[in-house]
Structure formats: structure tokens, C-alpha cells
Ligand binder design. Structure first.
Ligand code: NAP
Length: 295
């Protein structure tokens, strides 16, 4: 069997089309969703993420307030800017690109963001609400994974989902979201990490595997049940002399071997990746609607 490829680019494009229509309807009512973006320092990967986020905003009609600050910016200066954005009615979402330089306390900055504008879903208030199943901003990569499953017709209710990786930005939140008592969830969830004695023992029982370990080939074909759905969150660079840039991107699973065994699988690139920014746009539009009392 060759797995159906879950096309994250297409699903992300569909959601962005829906959001574009929503933004234009909001504009007719005089509402322009706005995202405040803060980047401290000149880390090339962060710069390219931020540029991609700003371009995506522009494309669907979201106003973006771009703040690129020098690496020497103090924590106080950063907190002052966050406080200003918290008060700014044109800004519905605040995005502080992580990681921040070492002299800045990341947790203090995330805590300073008004939870009503926490479109990344990293504020402890948002995390707590997610945990107890209350309405909140859901973190973008995990929510993107759920959307990929739902829009591909994958039944999560009653399914055994095994998540490999327990980070605060992917593994823990996606596991938590999938065990909620609601549509697109209701799964039985197992969470594996580096202290798990035999990861394969668990993944072989999984109807759905979500791999977020940060290492190529963490999940190999012998660890996958025939017909399982495999979501690969990983983005890893591996050397490839045949490519002009000297490397290619791979995920955390052995895609070529697993696609012969799984029923559905996400590619890397083009799977989970395009969903992350899309869900950030989604949260910003939701925030603008909430702030203006639109259903
Ligand atoms: P992370 O913070 O490095 O966490 C990795 C997790 O995987 C840790 O909990 C670690 O366990 C666990 N782990 C590592 N090797 C393992 C193994 N061999 N077996 C079992 N568990 C293992 O990574 P992250 O931020 O969650 O990201 C995970 C991957 O997703 C990375 O490749 C990242 O680039 C990618 N990512 C993609 C997107 C996107 O938009 N597409 C967004 C975010 C992240 P311990 O806790 O025990 O150390």
C-alpha cells in the first residue's frame, strides 16, 4: 500500500482563502485585524520566519506592525513595547519571535502579553485554558496538526494517538488537545520521550503517530502499524551535495519506507510546516472578531 499524502500546502491554502474572505468581510465593517510582530536580534532563521509571517499577513489583508529591534535591546525596552501593543486597539495579536537573546527572560516577556492578544498561545493563561478545555488561543503548530487530521477526514475519536516528543510548543500541547472531550479530539493519547523505554512498543499500537522529536528517522517503518496515519512535525537539515545549498530538509520519520505501510502521511516540507503560520493568521482574525464583538 502506498500512503495518501496529506497535502499541507493545499490545506493551508484553503484555510488562507477562507481567512481572506473573512478579512475582507470584516473590512467592510471597518475592522482591520492587526498583528504586532517583534523580533530582537538578527538570527537569520528568525528573520526569515518573521518575514514569512509578515508576507502572509499582507497577502490575506491583515495589518502587520513590524518591529525589528537590535540584539542589545533591554528587557525593559521590550516590555515597554509589549505594554504599548497591549494598549493599541489596532493590534489584535502580539507575536514575539523566539528565541530571545540570552539576557532577556523569555517567560517574563510571554507573561507580559495580554492573554486576549496571545495569538501564539504560549501565555500560561492560554496554556491553562487549553488544558481544561476552555475557549482560548490554541498554539499554532499543534492546532495546525489537528486541522490537517480533521480536514483529511481522519477520525480521532477513540483512536490511539502516540506523540513522540514532549516539548511545550509541540508534543505536550498536541497531546493535550487530542484528549479533550470535543470534536476533532477524544483520542486515547500516549506521550513518548527520551526516557520512554521502548518507543516502538507504543508507536506500533498507534492508529495515529505524531513525530516531533527533532531527529531524522526517530520513527522507522518497523515502528509503524500497517494502515496508521503518520504526521511528521520535524524539520531537520541533512547534508546533500546534490543540492545547490548543500542540504535538504527531512522530517523525524523515515518517509520513504513508512509511506509503503501507512494509510496517510505528511511530507516534509509541505506537511505541517505551512499550517503553522496559517493558524497564526487564524488566531489573529479570531482575536479581531472577539475584540469587536463579531461572532
Ligand atoms: P524539542 O524542543 O527539541 O523537543 C523534542 C522532544 O522530542 C523532547 O521532548 C525529547 O525528549 C523528544 N525526543 C528526542 N529524541 C527522541 C527519541 N529518539 N525518542 C523519543 N523522544 C525523543 O523539539 P520541538 O520544538 O518540539 O520540535 C520538534 C521538531 O518539530 C523539530 O524538528 C522542529 O524543527 C519541528 N518543528 C516544526 C514546526 C513546524 O512548523 N513545522 C514547528 C515547531 C517545531 P526529552 O524531553 O526527553 O528530551
Amino acid at each position: 500500500m502506498s500512503a495518501k499524502i496529506i497535502d499541507g500546502k493545499q490545506i493551508a491554502a484553503d484555510i488562507r482563502d477562507e481567512l481572506t474572505a473573512e478579512v475582507s468581510a470584516l473590512k467592510e465593517r471597518g475592522i482591520v485585524p492587526g498583528l504586532g510582530v517583534i523580533l530582537v536580534g538578527a538570527d537569520p532563521a528568525s528573520q526569515s520566519y518573521v518575514t514569512a509571517k509578515e508576507r502572509a499577513c499582507e497577502k490575506i489583508g491583515i495589518y502587520s506592525d513590524d518591529n525589528r529591534l537590535p540584539a542589545e535591546t533591554t528587557q525593559e525596552e521590550l516590555l515597554t513595547l509589549v505594554a504599548k501593543m497591549n494598549e493599541d486597539p489596532k493590534i489584535n495579536g502580539i507575536l514575539v519571535q523566539l528565541p530571545l537573546p540570552k539576557h532577556i527572560d523569555e517567560a517574563a516577556v510571554l507573561l507580559a502579553i495580554d492573554p486576549d492578544k496571545d495569538v501564539d498561545g504560549f501565555h500560561p493563561m492560554s496554556v491553562g485554558k487549553m488544558m481544561i478545555g476552555e475557549e482560548t488561543f490554541l498554539p499554532c503548530t499543534p492546532n495546525g496538526i489537528i486541522q490537517l487530521l480533521v480536514r483529511s477526514g481522519v477520525e480521532t475519536s477513540g483512536a490511539h494517538v502516540v506523540v513522540v516528543g514532549r516539548s511545550n510548543i509541540v508534543g505536550k500541547p498536541v497531546a493535550n488537545m487530542l484528549l479533550q472531550k470535543k470534536e476533532g479530539a477524544n483520542a486515547t493519547v500516549t506521550l513518548c520521550h527520551t526516557r520512554t523505554k521502548d518507543v516502538g512498543h507504543f508507536t506500533r499500537q498507534a492508529d495515529i503517530i505524531i513525530a516531533a522529536s527533532g531527529w531524522p528517522n526517530t520513527v522507522t517503518a518497523d515502528m509503524v502499524k500497517e494502515g496508521a496515519v503518520v504526521i511528521d512535525v520535524g524539520v531537520n537539515r541533512v547534508e546533500d551535495a546534490s543540492r545547490e545549498r548543500g542540504y535538504r530538509l527531512v522530517g523525524d520519520v523515515d518517509f520513504e519506507a513508512i509511506k509503503e505501510k501507512a494509510s496517510m502521511i505528511t511530507p516534509v516540507p509541505g506537511g505541517v510546516g505551512p499550517m503553522t503560520i496559517t493558524m497564526l493568521l487564524y488566531n489573529t482574525v479570531v482575536s479581531a472578531k472577539r475584540a469587536n464583538g463579531v461572532d
